[in-house]
Design a protein around this ligand. Structure first.
Ligand code: C5P
Length: 236
């Protein structure tokens, strides 16, 4: 499958058209951004690591009945994916309080939450991706059918349950993560984008060492080593 024209360039990926009008090539970039792209960096090989990590996770989720946009992985940094209409909502699932949740609600960092908290942000860089609720989603017509809000929450919780168990078996604590969903050419709601250390927080089970993009956000160093460690454990 050949890349045709660049359709879209985001912070973490480039999307190219292909000869198949229903399929795109997603190329994972080495760029790192944080705080709505106020902080920028790059780590050679990071894109390839995220592509491989995300491939493994999407395959795991597919094997558990979750529909995803992934058709196949083409090489270490490119995937062939279904062309989807991406829903402009970032769906965040949290198991442990950290990051923006602690700042917004004053919950102590590291507090285990009584249940998995699902939150929505509007995908809009100019507005700083503000937190929104179910009614905002309906008001702004972000979804095709109002019932999709509950479907999205169910899907997010299902994915969390599968990933919590999987990462626990790899001695990693899944602290929180962000997913994006879209409508595929058949009109089905599917998991899109990626699931990687760019979009999740992983803490080592024994030491709580951070093995995700917080190493870049907080200038902790060894960013690539952390992503390599996550891939190594996933493949173990
Ligand atoms: O910053 P915050 O604590 O709200 O992030 C929650 C989770 O969502 C983290 O895993 C973070 O990496 C992810 N996230 C993301 N992209 C964003 C915002 C958050 O992947 N734009």
């Amino acid at each position: 499958m050949q890349k045709r024209t660049l359709l879209y360039e985001g912070k973490g990926k480039k999307l190219y058209t292909t000869d198949d009008e229903n399929a795109l090539i997603s190329e994972f970039k080495d760029d790192l951004t944080a705080f709505n792209a106020e902080k920028k960096g790059s780590e050679q090989g990071k894109g390839a690591l995220n592509c491989q990590i995300s491939t493994q996770i999407f395959k795991l989720l597919e094997s558990k009945g979750i529909k995803t946009h992934l058709i196949k992985t083409l090489n270490e940094s490119e995937q062939l994916v279904q062309k989807c209409q991406i829903i402009p909502i970032e769906v965040i699932v949290r198991n442990v309080a950290t990051g923006s949740l602690t700042k917004r609600l004053g919950i102590k960092d590291g507090t285990k939450l009584a249940f998995a908290l699902v939150e929505f942000c509007l995908k809009d860089d100019a507005l700083g991706d503000p937190f929104i609720n179910d009614e905002h989603c309906k008001l702004l017509n972000l979804i095709r059918d109002d019932k999709d809000i509950e479907k999205i929450k169910d899907l997010a919780r299902k994915i969390n349950t599968i990933l919590l168990e999987f990462f626990d078996s790899k001695n990693l604590r899944l602290i929180d993560f962000k997913i994006e969903l879209g409508y595929n050419p058949q009109g089905e709601l599917v998991l899109a984008d990626e699931i990687s250390p760019d979009s999740c927080r992983f803490w080592d089970k024994a030491t709580n060492e951070k093995l995700d993009k917080d190493r870049f956000r907080q200038d902790l160093g060894k960013v690539k080593m952390a992503y390599e460690e996550v891939l190594k454990r996933i493949l173990s």
